[in-house]
Design a protein around this ligand. Structure first.
Ligand code: CP
Length: 355
């Protein structure tokens, strides 16, 4: 799909990595552009929202506030958790599948769409995967940032082709809840086989957040499945600043051994990005070996936690034995924390920042 841009190209208002250290942007497009202390405050607020979920502390705090959710792609967690978040805070949400909007049929520009919705709603949230922009790396992210450029209200990224900031930050909340601190904890971000090439948004966001919060990160993947050099460069800078570590290996045993947090995820190879036929030839051979199973988890610490953002293809990406083992698997808590974190984000953008 070619969306109608209002500017000569779909370039973002500014490159995502030019914004490091800028405090309190109006939008939530990446976590990297937010100040680290503000992200920590959001997590604190999310824990308070979680504690007070059944009390009236935050009731009606978003009264008369409206969230418009634009989805170019399917969702279970993101859509439902945002709708519940608005409901629990006394606000309202409107779900808009992009194919039911003029923008989805290419006839209305991003500028006009963003300006008009800003006259009705208090916050706009958008999901746009790489298939919408024909797997041109960064093109979906550019559309999202163009929305943010024209919108007069905050824009939240519900996952584009580069980043999934709500997932990335909620994952830090889950680690904090279960491991209490980040320092000295080893997080293994492990590639896993999946029958189709998947976006890099989740691994990018986990990597950037984990290095920023000071975890010792070990990324393990088969050769030719490296994450993008720009993201790795930023992650290295994050690790230096936070005092954490960042290492890469193509060995599963090295990756999993002595780990405190196992984060399994599949992603497509950048070598053949947008060329699924060629990409399949280098992904298929890893089908047997790169599945997260109990044998691999046994290499991690006895009290390690297993994480996956979901949805997951059971017994393809991760075995039932891992997913259903309550000692390690924290996938449902991880999904639940999306709600608390997003409530905190909405409250922060609309009340604390008074948008
Ligand atoms: N993890 C996540 O974003 O899930 P959905 O695709 O179901 O929203």
């Amino acid at each position: 799909m070619k969306l109608k841009s209002s500017t000569p190209s779909c370039m973002s208002r500014t490159a995502w990595n030019d914004l490091e250290g800028v405090s309190m942007p109006k939008d939530f497009i990446t976590t990297q552009e937010w100040d680290l202390n503000d992200l920590k405050d959001l997590i604190k607020l999310a824990f308070d929202m979680k504690t007070h979920r059944l009390s009236s502390k935050y009731d009606e705090s978003l009264k008369k506030k409206t969230l418009v959710l634009i989805f170019f792609n399917p969702s279970t967690r993101t859509r439902i958790s945002f709708e519940v978040a608005m409901h629990e805070l006394g606000g309202h949400s409107i779900f808009m599948p992009a194919d039911k909007m003029w923008i989805g049929s290419q006839s209305e520009s991003i500028k006009d769409t963003a300006k008009v919705i800003s006259r009705y709603a208090d916050v706009i949230a958008i999901r746009i995967f790489p298939n919408v922009t024909k797997w041109k790396l960064g093109a979906s992210h550019s559309i999202l940032t163009e929305f943010a450029k024209w919108a007069d209200v905050p824009v939240i990224n519900l996952e584009d082709d580069m980043f999934h900031p709500c997932q990335g930050l909620a994952d830090m909340m889950t680690i904090k809840e279960l491991k209490h601190s980040f320092k000295g904890k080893k997080l293994t971000l492990s590639w896993a086989y999946h029958p189709k090439p998947l976006p890099l948004s989740v691994p990018n966001s986990v990597l950037l957040n984990a290095t920023r919060f000071g975890l010792d990160v070990m990324v393990t993947h088969p050769p030719d499945f490296d994450l993008s050099p720009d993201v790795i460069k930023q992650a290295r800078e994050n690790a230096i600043k936070s005092g954490g570590r960042l290492e890469f290996t193509t060995s599963l045993s090295e990756g999993y051994s002595d780990s405190d947090i196992i984060y399994a995820k599949s992603w497509g190879s950048l070598k053949y990005y947008g060329n699924p036929k060629e990409e399949k030839k280098i992904r298929q051979p890893h089908r047997q070996e790169w599945i997260c199973n109990k044998k691999l988890i046994a290499l991690s610490k006895p009290d390690s936690i297993f994480m996956h953002c979901l949805p997951v293809r059971r017994n393809v990406v991760v075995t039932d034995g891992v997913l259903d083992d309550p000692t390690h698997s924290k996938i449902y808590l991880q999904a639940e924390n999306r709600l608390h974190l997003q409530k905190a984000l909405l409250f922060h953008l609309l009340i604390e920042m008074r948008f």
